[in-house]
Design a protein around this ligand. Structure first.
Ligand SMILES: Cc1cc2nc3c(=O)[nH]c(=O)nc-3n(C[C@H](O)[C@H](O)[C@H](O)COP(=O)(O)OP(=O)(O)OC[C@H]3O[C@@H](n4cnc5c(N)ncnc54)[C@H](O)[C@@H]3O)c2cc1C
Length: 439
């Protein structure tokens, strides 16, 4: 009988374990809690939601809703359990997290094909193994992984910059240009006058600072491994001096504005495309840990972003993850050790639902049940995101910006998302039918 070892009974690991077990494979499932704790988990139960209790919207006109709909078509095991634990929250799938964890734990422990091993997994061997150890992967495992992967591509902290949707930007203000006109004009530039800059920097300086959790402090003081050099939040930079940003991330030199007699703005924020279709843009260097409400308010002060639609907000927290495009093959096995696969947030996805999806995907790739996914699904694009090399690779959550642009122009945002969702689900249903037909 086929056998697999799964390390971590979190969201990805639990989903993967059930996928294998129900396909008739024997599973050795390692989980270190409660013997060895993580800085955020509270219980020894499986699939614990460490922070919010929401699996986000159920509406397919939201990226998370669409991803969930796709996952159900792909035979997700955890979502149906989550639905039995839902609590009223409008269109969102919010759940009673304790009941959910207990149900998943019971389901797994009672499964005849799953052997639970309550130990911290540390040493690698040649057995087929899936690491689903999450953003709080134990230090011992990180250390032993350093012997296997190139240390440079093992990140410890991420500071995430917000992403805005391309169709919410004001192109009367924003202009396309690369610094000193070198190469393709790949960047969008948001030019600040002196007054606009000073107001913006002042607002950042006065932004309320969320208190980092104790464990985050612990790791910030004891940085052992590689982490982003440029992860200082912009609000922190603004506090160092009112002109600091203008000499750093907002440096305007070489970015003269062709729409304004080639005058150099006082400061510039650059936007970098997130995908080939340029449907979404990252605010370059604008990593931030401001509260979401404040982010929206302050970042909308950026010229051209007055009506910006935020596809992802910025954040900063401890988050171990691999530089997937550098270290992983397309099937999520390590390039340097092919019997080791990686799933969940440790592989470069971000979020509860995305982590469950990753467990589902990796298991089904190994099982041979999934060989490819339709191009216009969020699932496929999330998978693809983990394969494309980029400078400053950062974990990604589901968002509409990942999807290829529609062939027709639809101005109404809701209608556009509805159309994207229809295409995605239709493509996925067709593929499933094809798989069935070929059996
Ligand atoms: C503090 C924090 C808050 C977050 N809040 C949210 C949120 O509100 N919403 C959201 O969508 N996402 C959130 N995330 C991001 C992410 O979605 C979750 O961390 C999610 O649980 C990741 O799923 P996972 O399966 O990859 O990892 P996890 O669910 O964390 O599972 C990993 C499991 O591996 C175990 N493990 C680790 N090392 C070992 C080892 N060596 N041996 C054996 N077991 C091991 C851990 O104990 C854990 O049970 C948060 C992340 C963090 C760190």
């Amino acid at each position: 009988m086929n056998k697999v070892r799964i390390v971590g009974a979190g969201l990805a690991g639990s989903e993967a374990a059930l996928q294998f077990a129900e396909a008739g494979w024997k599973v050795d499932l390692f989980e270190m809690r409660p013997k060895v704790k993580t800085p955020a988990h509270q219980s020894g139960d499986f699939a614990e939601l460490v922070c919010s209790n929401s699996l986000k919207s159920n509406l397919v006109t939201t990226a998370s809703g669409l991803l969930k709909a796709e996952m159900k078509l792909l035979g997700c095991k955890l979502l149906p359990i989550a639905e039995t634990c839902s609590v009223p929250s409008g269109n969102a799938l919010a759940i009673n997290r304790e009941i959910f964890s207990k149900k998943v734990t019971k389901h797994i422990l009672n499964h005849p094909n799953i052997n639970f091993i309550n130990e911290e997994f540390i040493d690698f061997d040649d057995e087929l193994t899936i690491l689903a150890t999450g953003p709080l992967t134990s230090d011992n495992l990180i250390e032993s992984l350093q012997d296997v992967v190139d240390n440079e591509h093992l990140y410890f902290f991420d500071a995430i910059a917000p992403i805005v949707s391309a169709d919410s930007l004001n192109y009367d203000v924003i202009y396309r240009k690369t610094r000193y006109d070198k190469g393709e004009a790949d960047y969008l530039n948001c030019p600040f006058s002196k007054e606009e800059y000073l107001r913006f920097a002042e607002a950042l300086k006065n932004a309320e600072k969320p208190k980092p959790k104790e464990f985050e402090n612990r790791f910030f003081k004891e940085i052992k491994f590689t982490y982003y050099e440029n992860c200082t939040p912009i609000e922190e930079l603004a506090q160092r001096g009112i002109e600091t940003l203008r000499y750093g991330v907002m440096r305007p030199v070489g970015l003269e504005n062709p729409n304004d007699s080639d005058r150099r703005p006082y400061a510039v924020i650059q936007l970098r495309a997130e995908n080939l279709e340029r449907t979404s843009y990252n605010l370059v260097g604008c990593q931030t840990m401001m509260k979401y409400g404040e982010q929206k308010e302050i970042l909308r002060m950026i010229p051209g972003l007055g009506k910006a639609d935020f596809l992802r907000y910025g954040s900063i927290h401890r988050n171990s993850y691999l530089n997937a495009p550098e270290l992983l093959n397309a099937d999520f096995s390590l390039k340097q050790k092919k019997n080791i696969y990686v799933a969940g947030q440790f592989s470069g996805v971000e979020g509860y639902v995305e982590s469950i999806f990753s467990g589902l995907l990796v298991a089904n790739l190994i099982l041979g049940k999934i060989t490819d996914l339709p191009e216009k699904t969020i699932s496929k694009q999330l998978w693809k995101y983990l394969q494309i090399n980029r400078k400053n690779f950062q974990p990604m959550n589901a968002n509409f910006g990942l999807l290829p642009a529609l062939s027709e122009k639809i101005k109404d945002k809701k209608l556009k998302k509805k159309k994207l969702a229809e295409i995605s689900l239709e493509q996925l249903r067709m593929t499933k039918v094809k798989i069935k037909d070929s059996k």
